[in-house]
Structures are given as C-alpha cells and as structure tokens.
Design a protein around this ligand. Structure first.
Ligand SMILES: Cc1ncc(COP(=O)(O)O)c(C=O)c1O
Length: 397
C-alpha cells in the first residue's frame, strides 16, 4: 500500500463520534471551531487486523468474564523481543486499565502518604496530578533545554533526590512532550543514581513503538543487560501504538520477585485487575499483524514533522521546533516571537488552534505549544500556515 492509499483508507472524520479531540473541544477550550491539534490520539483508524478481531467478537456477541490466553503472552513477548530484544516472561506481566492508573497503583503499592515522587519536567500533565492527588509530595526537576533539545540534568536529579528523600521516580520514556528517545547511556546514568539512593523507578513506556528518528528505544529494564531490573516497574500499552486509548488495556511489567509480590499484595485489595476482552483482543491482533500499519503511521508522522520543521525554520526562524525522536507530539518554543503570556491568546484567538500549552507540562515551559502530528498532513499544513501568517502579520503591524 502506498502512502496515499494508506491515508485514503485509514484517515477518518471523527466529528460527532464523542471524540474528546473534536467533540470535547468546547468543554476544554470554550470554543468548537478550532482546528484540534491537541490530545494524544490519532486521526487514523486502527489497523484492519484489530478491527477484524473486534468485529469477530461482536458477531459472537458474548462479552462475559474472560481470561488471557497463552497466545496473548506469546504475541506480546515476540513483539518486545523482535523490536527491543527484550522477551517477556508471562509471570512478569500484570494488567491495568491505563498507564496513568498504573502509576496511581504503583504509588499506593510502594510509597506512603507524604513520600516524595520525582518527575522530570516538562512532562505529561497527569504525572503531576497522579502524585499530588494521591497525597504524595511532587518533586520536579527540569530537563536541560538547549537549541531545541532536552537532556537530563544528572546533578540536579541527584541533589533533588538527596534533599527530598525521593522514594519514587516516575520516568517517561520516550518522553512526552520533550520528544526524546533516551539513549542507553542516559538511562544508565539516571538509573544508577536511583539505584544508589534506593529510589524505585516507574518507567512509563507507552510511547515505546513511536520512534521516528534513526535510533532504538531501550526498555529501562533492558539497560546494561538488565542491571537495574530490581528497581524498575515498567508500564506500557499498545494504546498509543494502535490508537486504542479507550479500550482501557495496559501492562505492568515487574521482573523482580519481591517487588511483584508487594504489588500482588496491594492488588489483592483491588476488585478488578483482570482484562477487558476488547482491549486484550485488539492488543494481541496489533502485535500479531499490525507492523505494516504502524510503519505507515510512523512514515506519516515523520513526514509531518519534517514538513513542520522545514517550513517553520524557513518562514519563522525564531520558532524552535524541538527535536522529535519519538512520540507524535511536536513541542514548539514560540518565545522568539511572542512573550510567554501572549502565547495562549495568540494561538487560540488568532490562529484558531486547539493545542496543549507548555505550562500544562511544567511551570517553566510557558511559551511552548505541543502539536499532535498523528493526523492528516493537510491539518499540519493548515496549522503551520496560520501560525506563519499570524506571526508575520503581528510583526508587520
Ligand atoms: C507518557 C504518557 N503516559 C500515559 C498516557 C495515557 O495513558 P493511559 O490513557 O493509558 O492512562 C499518555 C497519553 O498521552 C502519555 O503521553
């Protein structure tokens, strides 16, 4: 299938389908005629293999209590092995209804009220809320930002851990919205600091399959041949990969026996840790037959990103389009043309775009916007063109 055929087959109009991105815009932004470039899901229908698996179950018509078959674990392990050389043992895997729910459960399983949990900002805003809403102390460390590229500030991380007696680090890998796919050496350094100070690492790897740069995603539990496995719990899902967010199915991977026993003890107090049949069927079908669809999606995201970066570099050289190695979420630093306080009003009222704003991800990132590129290239063009036109008008006025 060529690119156009892929787009023709899979792009879909999501208006009037109760989609948060389109139909929830009024509630979130107070207006409904914006071009939605916010929230992290895709404008593409999921792959045909997944739709067929779900349709088949609908035709059968029974949605009673279900179990996870051996073939599911095999499909999941094969996917992890073939892509990341990280085969999984069935015994390591537990399930939750979402990665953020998984973070909440890990907070309860492994920390006490008032304990400090660290995140590296700017980061996906529910990371902030899930810590504070569960009565833990939120400790943030800003990533180092230079020339549109984010890196970890190891000195600040270690100092913060010591000063705050941090118990848990909620890591985002690949990182939303920084767009980084962490190198093995970077992960090794931060994990070594956590190990030294007895900090448990919860690694949210929901974006693992969405790498557009020429580099490899490394699961935290595979870093340095698994050296840090005993301090890591990994959260992941096929929901970003195959656009399945509301099927509410995600994984918790715990390789260490003692940590797993502690989690199981916690989970025995939860009524529901079995899986949603639709989430499970979709995930298995994606892992078994979704590779080609995914590579078309990645090519589309990459092309959208290259277009956006090139056109903005050319027309608005003072807008910094941050390096996008992974995720489909481009982070743009608008401060070259606009004061941080102007950005929201300018983007919504003059450009008529619905985006995620930098300050949602971290207090020091006001003046950035995040654009979702898992969409029709035509929307990326429209967004770029209106930003260019409005900034040029502003400069000339
Ligand atoms: C890093 C990260 N974790 C988790 C989520 C949401 O996952 P879930 O819907 O499974 O809670 C997102 C969604 O954008 C995300 O970017």
């Amino acid at each position: 299938m060529n690119r156009q055929a892929f787009l023709d087959h899979y792009l879909v109009d999501r208006r009037q389908t109760d989609s948060s991105k389109w139909d929830g815009m009024k509630e979130k932004f107070g207006e409904e005629d914006l071009l939605p470039m916010w929230i992290a899901d895709m404008e593409f229908k999921t792959c045909d293999a997944i739709t067929a698996a779900l349709t088949g179950r609908c035709k059968h018509g029974v949605f009673g209590y279900s179990m996870v078959p051996e073939s599911y674990y095999k499909a999941y392990s094969d996917w992890m092995d073939q892509r990341y050389s990280f085969p999984l043992k069935k015994d390591w895997v537990r399930f939750s209804t979402g990665c953020v729910t998984g973070i909440a459960w890990m907070i309860h399983a492994y920390t006490q009220p008032g304990d400090a949990c660290m995140i590296l900002t700017p980061v996906y805003y529910p990371f902030h809320n899930v810590v504070t809403n569960n009565n833990r102390r939120l400790v943030t460390v800003d990533l180092h930002y230079e020339h549109g590229y984010f890196t970890m500030d190891y000195e600040a991380i270690e100092k913060t851990i010591i000063e705050n007696d941090v118990k848990m680090f909620v890591q985002c890998s690949p990182h939303n919205p920084a767009g980084r796919v962490w190198d093995e050496e970077e992960l090794d350094q931060v994990l070594a600091i956590c190990e030294k100070h007895h900090v448990l690492v919860v690694s949210d790897e929901i974006h693992q399959d969405l790498v557009i740069a020429d580099k490899k995603f490394i699961p935290a539990a595979a870093v340095s041949n698994g050296r840090y496995r005993d301090i890591i719990v990994t959260l992941s899902s096929a929901s970003k990969t195959f656009n399945l967010a509301t099927l509410l199915h995600s994984h918790i991977i715990i390789t260490n026996d003692e940590l797993r026993a502690r989690y199981d003890q916690f989970a025995s107090g939860l009524n529901r840790t079995e899986v949603s049949i639709m989430g499970m069927l979709a995930t298995q079908a994606g892992y078994e037959a979704g590779s080609e669809w995914l590579s078309h999606v990645l090519d589309t995201i990459r092309d959208n990103y290259i277009y956006l970066k090139e056109i903005l570099n050319q027309e608005l050289p003072e807008v910094t389009v941050c390096e996008l190695e992974g995720t489909y979420l481009a982070f743009l630093d608008m401060r070259g043309y606009l004061s941080p306080d102007e950005v929201q009003h300018f983007i919504q009222k003059q450009c008529h775009l619905a985006v995620d704003y930098g300050e949602w991800f971290g207090a020091n990132f006001k003046g950035f916007i995040r654009l979702n590129l898992a969409t029709d290239p035509k929307f990326v063009r429209q967004a770029a063109e209106i930003i260019i036109e409005m900034i040029k008008n502003k400069k000339n006025s």
